[in-house]
Design a protein around this ligand. Sequence first.
Ligand code: 3H9
Length: 719
Amino acid sequence: MAQYTRVSGSVGLITLQSPPVNALSAAVRQAIVDSMQRALSEPEVKSVVICGQNGLFSGGADIKEFRGQMSGPPLIPMIHAIEASSKPVVAAIEGIALGGALELALGCHYRIAHSKARVGLPEVTLGLLPGAGGSQRLPRLIGVPAALDLITTGRHVTAAEALKFGLVDQITDHNTVNVAVKFAQRVAGQPLDARRISTYPCLSPPDVDVLFEEVMQRVRRTARGAIAPIACVQAVRAAATLPYNQGMERERELMATLSTSGQTRALQYFFFAQRAVGRWSMPSGARWDTSKPRPVHKAAVIGLGTMGRGIAVALAQAGFSVVAVETQEKQLMEAKQAISGMLERGAKRRGVAPALDKINYGCNIQSVAHVDLVIEAVFEDMALKKKVFQQLSAVCKPGTFLCSNTSGLDIDQLACQTRNPELVVGMHFFAPAHVMKLLEVVYGPKSSPLAVATAMQLGKKIGKVSVAVGNCRGFVGNRMLKPYLEQALFLLEEGATPEFVDQVLEEFGFAMGVFRMSDLSGLDVGWKVRMADGLAVPNPTTGQATRLRQGRRYSPLGDLLCEQGRFGQKTGRGWYQYNKPGSQVAKPDPWLHSFLDEYRAWHALVARRIDHQEVLERCLYSMINEGFRILEDGIAAGPEDIDVIYVFGYSWPRHRGGPMFYATTVGLNKVLERLEHYHQAHPDVPSLQPCDLLRKLVASGSPPIQKWREVIKKVRSQL
Ligand code: 3H9
């Protein structure tokens, strides 16, 4: 709620009190309204300061309240009343002032921030806009271009940047509340007309139409189908072109549309999902809150290819001492140069000194003897990784955690090579490892909770969203990718083109369609895995049999491209053609179209017209079906883990919440029915056969996603 006290004789101090982030819940809003009335009615009180307890102003509107009926005083009139107050009101911003909290501060007559505070209007990330006057006041205060930047991206800005924008009046290194109280005493009795932002004209550049056109085009391009960023531009446009009251009316209309959209529900779900993955658990019952991590000071990276380099950079940038090992002298020198470049560019972007001295290089595995944790990132080959783990186990000091950056190999087999299998976990980074936010922390049957807790904490310290998952082929992310890729290939066999499949998936919101993504990652990677599995056979006999392998339908299309040396972007040819090797501009390739025609003719396949719906349903529902199997097997503890992995690691559009949340928006019964339909048409494709958990969820009335864990527990206890 909020506490009202009188300080220094004449200042009414309102302290927001609602842990953990002083969100503006109904009770807090009511307490602000009551406290303001009291401050206005007490003749001794000449000015007011609003602050938050525990060094945090406020995290904004209470997102949990969005799920139900709103109660308590609404924010808009509350903020208007503060702005209209005859006594000056000063916001004392410590920690954070986000969303509705910054809107509240914009209603105050003055804003004083601590130098370490951050402010922002992140509503767009929740599928909303700053709907308590923020879209109308901010452009009036800091100008249209800066307001567009803050409101359409939702980015947090530092106090120093806020001061530069004119968003706060003063910053301080001292006790912000004390400074604000003194300030409030000084400005008591001064005229307030010039301090009410809603009365300011909205100063726009002369070419305002051009500006909005450009911003709208950019926002549409990057929004990938999200509607909130577009509504944010429209709201700021209203501020720039309409009087304040009409602008507020437009803000209200746009907010009404957004707040009832499926996208905001998905984004709010995702907000809590991101936090839920931190509360990990293992089938053994070990949990985040009962397993203490061990501090890591010094880490090592073995293997300095693309992944190893990115991991070393991520560690060094986060302040860890790193030993970087590559056994071949020449590769070591190349890696050192590349890593230094990455560190220098990163430091330049962030305006800090490059952490070059954090990394020591070596070509001998002995140099990792004294580190606390090793991340192995050698080539994805089980025999090689086993050898490295044997060496590490012999060389490292007792208690060293041994982690593998494998993208899908069996962690247990690696653990078995060591003296202390309980200290072995997977740390699956995503390329480029210093940029991508996702980290899958993979526990095997022998991994200890201590090892999992330590890897999870290390992930957090280097800025990753870490998700703990069980050990199986491909873990969560790549295991679900398999049926998705497989369906895309089958669609080509049946008549689709890579361009069409990609277009449908990109319209859905993926940053890249499946074929463009495969070209980027390199087609040879999967080919090598399929060869090791005995699936891809060089020069197979032709005929129907080549499309049925190990008892199930198989498409050798990817293998045939690789046999032609078409490995994707790096060779300038793959599912698309590129101007030169390494180029990123994918162009349709007539050669590939004739190749597909010949392939179909050879296998007596008649191309048919495939529509959008079939592409989406077969690619996405087969992937979702695998997600249910993963939940059934206990590889992921809950649907949130899968959704977070897909949004952060596989560019699943965030405004669709992740694959498992998306299934709820389609309707679980519809997903089941369509899978049954496609499985009937393709009985030799096991990934289309609906899994038991999906059937059980539908049979139990398709409960909301927050209740799935209970059903999963029941299903697993019956196994
Ligand atoms: C808005 O204001 C709309 C307006 O325009 C009005 C329109 C009319 N509500 O992230 P953390 C919980 S929209 C409820 O782990 P951190 C969070 O779930 C709002 N709960 O800590 C977690 O709970 P648990 C605009 C909230 O230190 C706990 O607090 N505001 C809220 O890493 C700790 O959170 C935003 O979008 C909330 N607003 O980061 C800000 N915020 O422990 C969203 C947090 O049970 N919040 N919780 O898992 C954030 O960005 C970060 O949480 C913050 C703290 C930076 C505040």
